[in-house]
Write a protein that binds this ligand. Structure first.
Ligand SMILES: [Zn+2]
Length: 455
């Protein structure tokens, strides 16, 4: 794919002539006539004009409100909708998924736990520096867990000194955040937060042995999968903490526990958590897939064809069922829990809490790129408006990443955007109708990307 803007000698000459009069059209793209959903959360703007220059958005206006620079490449987008490049706030990035993310409009990924910090930084550098075509990656490196760690790839810590060292190692390696996992205990929170705040690294928390309100009040940035919420809302976190001595037992107890919660307790917990300013990354798509593991059609749903044969985890439903021992009883309970999870998300949003969309790809049934669109649909089904769901997958993700140049189509921001054939404000499913994607000012077509990985 080449940059669509003119690079002819004449263009350079023209540029040279125009420098000084301030109206250079060199490498300028003017996107005219689309409906713009800019990521801010505001109402869609009709007849928008978006001017892109030097890989950044130079101006956003209505058509004819500002003059299009002479020589600009004008792209007519009447009938289309522009949204910001999507941000997946919870993913585990693998190299095979690089172009899949882009084809689905995901231009930034918050990577929450890799095989090693070094491998995560290597992927990040390859994508960011352009040797591999892929989304921008901000990474937590390897996860930090208590003992014994759930995965051997995590850094297991026992003491305050050890957790401080684990945070330091990630800062030195170039990680942008840290991720704590289920076996981290409450006594490790103060040294963790002290070190992370000193180094200005936000903490993403997949909780197990700590309840959500305790972690939120200590200052973690995000609650992943809403883990720890059941423990808080139950009013009796002890049994949940003990169940998390063993990862799958903790997971099962918590996933089933949602169904037993009182709706008033869920509402109170949502308000208490929103007041702490913690963000949630609910990954409803994870909970939805867990509740439907016995549905074989999910393995062949549209979009699964983007997953290569070698990407074993996405298709490993049988393995997960074997390891977890989940049968009809558990899956039925998971299905009953979905209503409470949706209620929590809705109440948390109503209380002013920040919600970011994440997919947890490439775990079981979770497809890089596609599953972020499924998450937006599930957020709407839970009670968010389509605009709120898009904001969760754009600006709210940027805020979690502390990247104010991303997630918003506005002057001065990076030119990452998605052009859609339908308006998602009228139906969130329209986020999947992608005409093309702009990454750092470069236009990519999903069909062309699919042809490259089909080879
Ligand atoms: Zn995850």
């Amino acid at each position: 794919m080449t940059h669509p803007a003119a690079r002819s000698p004449f263009g350079l000459l023209l540029l040279a002539v125009l420098v000084g009069c301030g109206s250079s059209g060199g490498d300028v793209i003017a996107l005219e006539g689309a409906t713009l959903i800019d990521g801010s959360g505001g109402a869609p703007v009709q007849d928008a004009l978006v001017i892109v220059k030097d890989r950044h958005v130079q101006a956003v206006a209505r058509v004819n409100e500002v003059r299009v620079p002479r020589g600009a490449q004008v792209v007519n987008l009447i009938g289309k909708t522009i949204i910001p490049g999507l941000i997946d706030s919870h993913a585990h990035v693998e190299r095979w998924a690089a172009q899949r993310y882009l084809a689905w409009g995901v231009t930034t990924v918050r990577d929450l736990g890799a095989a090693s910090t070094d491998s995560a930084i290597a992927i990040k550098n390859d994508f960011d520096l352009g040797s591999v075509l892929g989304p921008r990656v901000l990474t937590a490196g390897a996860m930090i867990d208590g003992t014994p760690p759930t995965y051997p790839t995590a850094t297991a810590v026992r003491t305050g000194t050890e957790i401080r060292r684990a945070v330091d190692q990630r800062a030195v390696a170039g990680a942008e955040l840290v991720k704590i996992y289920t076996k981290v205990t409450p006594d490790l929170l103060p040294p963790l937060m002290d070190e992370a705040n000193t180094l200005r690294l936000p903490v993403a928390a997949h909780l197990g042995k700590i309840d959500a309100l305790t972690a939120a009040r200590a200052g973690v940035a995000s609650l992943e999968h809403m883990a720890g919420v059941v423990a808080t809302a139950s009013g009796n976190p002890g049994p949940y903490a003990r169940a998390h001595d063993q990862f799958l037992r903790g997971w099962t107890t918590e996933e089933m526990g949602w169904a037993s919660l009182d709706s008033g307790a869920v509402a109170r917990t949502a308000r208490a958590l929103a007041a702490t300013r913690v963000a949630i990354v609910p990954t409803l798509v994870v909970h939805e897939m867990l509740s439907r593991l016995d549905n074989p059609t999910l393995l062949s749903r549209p979009g699964m064809e983007d997953v290569p044969a070698g990407a074993a985890t996405v298709r490993d439903v049988a393995g997960l069922l074997r390891r977890s021992g989940w049968r009809t009883t558990e899956l039925q309970a998971f299905r009953r829990s979905r209503r409470r999870q949706d209620q929590f998300v809705r109440e948390f949003a109503r209380a002013g809490g920040g919600i970011a969309a994440g997919s947890d790809a490439a775990n079981q049934l979770l497809v890089p790129g596609l599953s972020l669109h499924e998450e937006m649909s599930l957020l709407v089904a839970a009670g968010l408006t389509p605009i709120e769901a898009i904001t969760a997958a754009t600006r709210k993700g940027a805020e979690l990443l502390r990247a104010d140049s991303l997630g918003w189509v506005a002057a001065g921001k990076v030119a990452d955007l998605v052009v859609l054939d339908g308006n998602p404000a009228a139906g969130i499913g329209n986020t999947r109708r992608i005409a093309w994607v702009m990454v750092r000012g470069r236009i990519l077509y999903p069909d062309s990307l699919r042809r490259t990985w089909a080879k």
